[in-house]
Design a protein around this ligand. Structure first.
Ligand code: GLU
Length: 166
């Protein structure tokens, strides 16, 4: 199995990297590299950076670049790490990619934090990647939904199935 991980930014990759004069998060190295280095995966993978942005700052042009990276990828299994605020918008754009399984995931707390949900979310995405038919999905909060079946509960921040509660 060959998997391509595309970094676009978001909280999953946020950190306080500066030793002095740092006061805000910066988006740094892809967290998936650290997560995978701890678990000896039995598959081939490549990690590529497309963007390093908070997802509220992702533009239409950025989304076209993510789309192009998915279309041109040799791998037919792709995990896109992304900020949660506009994950569903990007998923909708990626729905144009034919014949590939694409899963977007991210985290509510940086992978660098000990209470981060990042390793769990990436693990759920990797598991789902192996059993899903081609299409675009979002893996968050322990569930995996097709991009057109998912909504955000703005009270809890959870990703839920459209029209249903949990
Ligand atoms: N503003 C952040 C973003 O969407 C929200 C936290 C997160 O990354 O999920 O990038």
């Amino acid at each position: 199995m060959n998997v391509l991980f595309l970094q676009t930014g978001g909280t999953i990759d946020k950190d306080y990297p500066r030793l002095t004069r740092g006061f805000a998060f910066e988006i740094t190295m892809p967290a998936v590299k650290r997560i995978l280095s701890r678990v000896s995966p039995i598959f081939n993978y490549t990690v590529k950076t497309v963007l390093r942005k908070d997802s509220t700052e992702i533009t239409d042009k950025d989304r076209q670049n993510i789309l192009a990276a998915c279309i041109s990828a040799a791998a037919d299994k792709i995990i896109v790490t992304h900020g949660t605020d506009t994950m569903i918008e990007t998923a909708e754009v990626l729905a144009r990619v034919p014949d590939k399984v694409i899963i977007l995931t991210g985290a509510m707390r940086p992978e660098k934090f000990s209470d981060s949900d990042a390793p769990f979310n990436v693990g759920v995405a990797i598991g789902a990647l192996q059993v899903l038919r081609p299409g675009v999905y979002v893996a968050m909060n322990g569930r995996v939904y097709s991009w057109d079946k998912i909504a955000r509960d703005h009270t809890t921040g959870q990703f839920v199935e459209k029209g249903r509660k949990k």
